[in-house]
Design a protein around this ligand. Structure first.
Ligand SMILES: Cc1cc2nc3c(=O)[nH]c(=O)nc-3n(C[C@H](O)[C@H](O)[C@H](O)COP(=O)(O)O)c2cc1C
Length: 352
């Protein structure tokens, strides 16, 4: 079966220009990550999960800042919580901030979230889950989507009974990560379940889990009937994976390109999170960008020890002076900051 990843598809009235979606990832999906994802071909990007209670209280300590820039749209903002009224209120704030889609997290397996009755726990409470979707869908005019896991326990098929009910309650699309919450990120994503879900609902389904290369993406699209594939871990520090999946261009980036993308990412993240928060936040990205055999292990380790981002940048330029040229080109091509539409607080922890 021929699969065209460049096909446009829709969630409600929102047009999505490719069948590749960048996954929401807590502690990863900052604006720099989302803008980069769009540049490398993702048709839709998503914020990390945002606490609806955090939005309601505007708590600066647990909240970061979400900026929605023109060049990251279409953009979904994901919220989590278990109280329908609070979720509805949060959704209205997200819509007002300029999100094209409000996504609801029914997949997070992390205790901190599930013990509050939110995330994947809602798969065991389908009535409440439906009330959440109904409340959110009636609070906003943009499409409401849901991201879910297969269920709580290993082997669970809860997504197949809950999914169609969520669609009845107003979900315009479902994303399935077919692992159980108990599995966390171990084992494999069972996309046979994605195919079953596709056959049960008449809204687009997005397949999430273990999509790391073009061949896998095409197989999952062809065998499940999903509208799109979602890519998460494979794109961490590696936007070239998105290009490979979309275009089939499996060319390893040069050291200059890698360092230019990393420094752009660092600069944008400092603007977004501030120097202090960005310093710790960025450490994992050094390994992600410079790993995959691109740079020696000792170099990555050295960068994580440097106390300031300015020193990391200087060290990177000293190692790869030629990175200045591709970096200048990238910065030139970025839209001006007046294209940033709005700031909104978001939380920083989670999963799904
Ligand atoms: C670090 C990390 C954070 C995540 N945070 C979220 C999140 O905030 N919301 C969500 O729905 N899923 C979250 N996920 C799950 C991913 O969106 C995705 O479904 C999962 O990683 C499987 O896809 P992959 O194999 O392409 O990584 C997270 C995953 C990781 C690895």
């Amino acid at each position: 079966m021929q699969v065209n990843l460049h096909e446009t598809w829709q969630i409600g009235p929102v047009e999505i220009p490719s069948r590749l979606v960048l996954a929401p990832m807590a502690g990863v999906s900052v604006q720099a990550f989302r803008r980069q994802g769009r540049r490398f071909g993702a048709g839709l990007v998503c914020s990390e999960m945002v606490s609806c209670a955090g939005l309601q209280h505007g708590n600066e300590r647990t909240l970061g800042y979400l900026r929605i820039a023109a060049d990251e749209r279409p953009l979904a903002v994901q919220i989590f919580g278990s109280d329908p009224a609070v979720m509805a209120e949060a959704a209205a704030m997200v819509e007002a901030a300029g999100a094209d889609i409000v996504d609801i997290n029914f997949g997070c397996p992390v205790k901190k979230v599930t013990k509050t009755g939110a995330g994947a726990t809602l798969l065991d409470e389908p009535d409440r889950a439906c009330r959440v979707v109904e409340a959110v869908a009636s609070a906003v005019s943009v499409p409401v989507t849901v991201k879910l896991r297969r269920g709580l326990e290993n082997g669970s098929r809860a997504c197949l009974s809950v999914g169609p009910r969520l669609v009845e309650a107003g979900a315009a699309s479902l994303t399935l990560h077919p692992r159980s919450a108990k599995q966390m990120y171990t084992g494999t994503a069972d996309h046979a379940l994605t195919a079953e879900l596709v056959s049960l609902v008449d809204v687009p389904v997005v397949a999430s889990g273990d999509i790391t290369a073009r061949a896998r993406a095409k197989t999952v699209l062809a065998t499940t009937g999903a509208a799109a594939v979602m890519v998460g871990r494979a794109a961490q520090g590696n936007p070239w994976a998105l290009r490979e999946i979309l275009e089939g261009e499996g060319v390893e980036p040069s050291r200059e390109e890698v360092v230019a993308e990393l420094i752009l990412f660092m600069r944008e993240t400092v603007r977004e999170l501030g120097e202090h928060r960005a310093t710790g936040f960025l450490k994992k990205f050094y390994g992600w960008y410079l790993g995959r055999g691109r740079f020696p292990r000792a170099f990555k380790a050295e960068l994580t020890q440097l106390p300031t981002i300015a020193e990391v940048e200087a060290r990177l330029f000293a190692a790869v002076p030629g990175a200045r040229f591709p970096l200048a080109r990238l910065e030139e091509d970025l839209p001006q900051s007046d294209e940033v539409l709005l700031d909104l607080p978001i939380s920083i922890y989670g999963g799904g």
